[in-house]
Design a protein around this ligand. Sequence first.
Ligand code: SF4
Length: 354
Amino acid sequence: MSKLNECLNRIHNASLPDLKDLERVLSLSGKDELNELFFFADDIRKEFCGDGIVLRGIIEFSNFCFRECFYCGLNKNNRKLERYRMNKDELLKAVGYLVSCKIKTVVLQSGEDSGLDTPWLREIIREIKSSFDIAITLAVGERSALDYKVWREAGADRYLLKIETSDEGLYSSMHPQMDFKQRLDCLRVLKELGYQVGSGNIIGLAGQTLKTIAQDILFFKLNDFDMIGIGPFIPHQNTQFGGQEKGDALLSLKTIALTRIVTRNAHIPATTALGSLDKDYRVDGLKCGANVLMPNFTPQPFRKLYEIYPQKRCINEPVGACNFCMDDMAQNLGRFIDYSKADSFKQGRVNSNV
Ligand code: SF4
């Protein structure tokens, strides 16, 4: 057994892996060692998640946001962005189309939109649940515990709220008017309400180090999230971070691989951001631990306006085109598309199939 293999086994089997071990693996650069890491992670993915590639269809229903996150094109200071908010008919029509493509999970995503009315979204959730047998994931940011409760009771199954970085100082440096502890509190409340909860981070943020990424991976382990999204930073010209370098694809892949090894059975997507660098690295992500793809079902003309970062992939494709692309991707990998709701693999948290 090689030294690296020993280290990966140690990381995999530890109840809380050693930070130094994680940093060491994140710093790997040799081709053979990287291959060993990625094969190891792929084996864990196969053992704990199987060969199915799970689909989550995203509908970005509003790009309004009152936050000022320094890395995000939707931030309120980007006055060049044309804002939109889909109405109920537009949203339900998009969900209907997604269902006709056999997708069993819809992710309803928006900026932190102060105009998002709690009862309005509650009615949308109820209508979707009464019309279709699908799971609903919400990704609308920090809200009150009462809002989370109302939507959960209406039938929402899952919630995505990325931490972006688990380093409180780093988090504060790029999230004006936001409170790290408040974000942790939201994650706690969501779990208590019985949502399947997803979090995640961005790779390549200014001030981030291998140590902070290693800490993120420990944060994922400690919180035992159902889903973890990891994507490279891509600068947007109309933000504070517009002049910074893109996040590194290889470091993103190493983080995915280690997160798989550490968390075992979390759902981990090959993110759209990973597919929007100099080439489409989503296939590489699927080969080193990822088991989820997120096709975009936001209809035009809205889709091109949900510009968190520029040159986002699949921005001009007709809605539904992603299906063919994803089938191809799965076949080329010798895997298959899993058209089930694909609830959490974590024991006791399967709730959208009941
Ligand atoms: S990251 Fe989210 S909360 Fe921050 S500006 Fe972008 S959409 Fe708004």
